[in-house]
Each structure stands twice: as C-alpha cells, then as structure tokens.
Ligand binder design. Sequence first.
Ligand code: THU
Length: 132
Amino acid sequence: MTTELTPGDDWLELRQAAVASAGLAYAPYSNYPVGAAARTSDGRMLSGCNVENASYGLTLCAEAGLISALFAAGGGRLAQFCCVDGAGHLITPCGRCRQLLWEHGGPDLIVWSPAGLLPMTELLPQAWGFDD
Ligand code: THU
C-alpha cells in the first residue's frame, strides 16, 4: 500500500543531496550516473554515487557507497532514502540494493520512489534479513 504522505521539504532536501551525489559519479561505461541519499533516524544525511570499473561486474552501486558512508559516520538506522539518475529523476533501487537497504533500515525505512513514498516492505516483500 502506498503511503499517503506527500514529500515535504525534508524529502526535497534529500533529493537535492542525491542529485549532487549523482554529479560525482564515476560511470564512464554505462554513462548512467546515480546518486543516492538517505537520512538516518537521528537526522544525519548521507549520500553515495555509483563507481564503475573496467571489469564491469565490479561496479559499485550508489547505494553501496551510501552504506559505506553510513558506517564511516558512526552507523545507525536509515529512515528515509531516495536515488536519482543523471537528470535528477527519481529511480528505483536495484534488487541487490534493496537488500542492502533492508539490512540497515528494515521495515521502518521509507523510500521516495517513482511511485511515491513507499515503505521498504513494499519494495522488498517477505525480505530475508538479520532475524532469519
Ligand atoms: N546503479 C546504481 O548505482 N544503483 C541502482 O540501484 C541501479 C543501478 C548503477 C550501476 C551502474 O553503474 C549504472 O547504474 C547502470 O546500471
């Protein structure tokens, strides 16, 4: 079920951070920069961008950088997340990245997706996680 929330200023600020991060991406192979941004439950903002590699399979998604940034900043739980393409359009995280997000946000994490604000339980139903 889509949440009834309308994205407010906190979400707009988060999206701006994702746009700025997409501008830092290293994506010479796909030419598809991605920026990800999240706010922790205690209000810190984090971001990440995709970093590709000549050995294509080694590409790091923007979300992977974001999770690294989370722990470099002391850890915590993710409460809000969004990611954008190089044009600043909202995109939906890939399957692997949904699993990364689930580990550090779980069912409380809200994602601003192209379909609106959604709980992670909608993006990754019946998720496999820490308790399993
Ligand atoms: N990408 C991300 O950074 N996050 C996603 O959730 C989807 C895909 C990147 C990986 C690759 O560098 C580019 O987008 C094209 O797939």
